[in-house]
Ligand binder design. Structure first.
Ligand code: XMP
Length: 333
């Protein structure tokens, strides 16, 4: 049997009871596979890698080492939360690498979206590989592969072309070939979330909206600068806070801010104030292949506009993107 194919009779995991049974099975399988050896995991804080980390911690405790690479393109407080949940609360062996300066200096003056993605993906591998080489006796690599990733690779094998290079990380260098541990590889996303809840992970982590590997890097359009990136991060945090406050946070599939490299003239405290626009995007989809626009009530949009223009240095206008996919893609780059 091809163990990358989901068996046709495999029931969808929708209940906590089914999730607990799945977790117990995976724990036994992982223990049998790994024995007393060590496993390494790149922990981004996304749903998939977080659920894999939590299962591995339960199965093998400190035989797991997690590496969290902060590429400087994370959302506000995201890395801090990964440290809080996994290191402080779950007692994981977690290495935190703040590689912000490395990434931002490589991205300086780079404006082409695909080049930005490639630089971010390649540097991620470099940083992760450097950490891996510092560790002794690692035999396995944990990965948050899920079933749609496997289906996507079947499609690519059939020669279908992608619009964007979504797959963030290529393979590790030759000297770091580990055997893979992929406990979620036959699960769909909704099942991963049910399993995450059964593992006791925080709700915000389990129901987190999708966040691209290149992070805010593809939302700070064109060549990234630190001041515009900071403005984007702060405006995005306000958008998320207001969406969560109004209940939209768990309803809307993906919502975020984009900041283009354009300035317009405005006025603040009686003086000319040149600033960037913050663009709100809020979309719903089931498969990310097509998407519709969430009709956010004006009252909420006014509050977000008021807060962003008052609280975020450098932003003087707030706009809303009303373009469905197609013709727009979800991200702007
Ligand atoms: P697009 O922009 O292609 O996005 O309509 C569809 C979904 O994919 C996410 N996305 C990415 N995810 N690496 C990722 O991991 C990427 O380079 C990337 N680009 C887009 C996007 O956020 C949306 O959920």
């Amino acid at each position: 049997m091809d163990n990358n194919r989901r068996p046709e009779d495999m029931a969808r995991i929708t209940t906590q009871e089914a999730a607990k049974k799945f977790i117990d099975e995976k724990i036994s399988e992982i223990r049998a596979q790994v024995g007393d050896k060590k496993v390494l995991l790149a922990l981004s804080g996304g749903v998939d890698s977080s659920v894999v980390a939590a299962i591995l911690i339960k199965a093998i405790g400190n035989q797991l080492t997690c590496v969290h690479v902060n590429h400087g393109l994370m959302r506000k407080n995201e890395s801090e939360n990964v440290i809080k949940v996994f290191k402080d609360e779950m007692n994981a062996n977690l290495i935190y690498v703040d590689a912000t300066d490395r990434f931002l200096s490589l991205l300086e003056n780079v404006s082409d979206p695909e080049r930005k993605r490639k630089i971010i993906g390649a540097e991620f591998i470099n940083v992760f590989a450097e950490e891996a080489r510092k560790l002794d006796n690692i035999s396995f690599l944990g990965q948050g592969t899920i079933y749609p990733d496997i289906l996507e690779s079947f499609k690519q094998a059939e020669g279908k072309q992608a619009v964007k290079s979504h797959h963030n990380v290529g393979g590790l260098p030759e000297d770091l070939k580990f055997e893979l541990v992929e406990p979620l590889k036959l699960l769909y996303k909704d099942e991963v979330r049910v399993v995450g809840e059964a593992l006791g992970l925080p709700r915000e982590m389990v129901y987190r909206q999708p966040f691209p590997g290149p992070g805010l890097g593809v939302r700070c359009l064109g060549a990234i600068t630190r001041d515009r990136l900071n403005a984007l991060r702060e405006a995005d945090a306000i958008l998320r806070e207001e969406f969560n406050r109004s209940g939209l946070g768990e309803k809307v599939w993906q919502y975020f801010i984009i900041v283009p490299d354009i300035k317009s003239v405005g006025v603040k405290d009686g003086s000319r104030y040149e600033g960037w626009p913050a663009i709100i995007r809020a979309v719903n989809t089931t498969d990310a292949i097509t998407a519709t626009i969430e009709e956010v009530p004006y009252e909420i949009l006014h509050r977000i506009t008021d807060r962003i223009t008052k609280e975020v240095e450098g932003i003087n206008r707030v706009l809303m993107d009303l373009t469905p996919k197609p013709v727009g893609t979800i991200e702007w780059e």
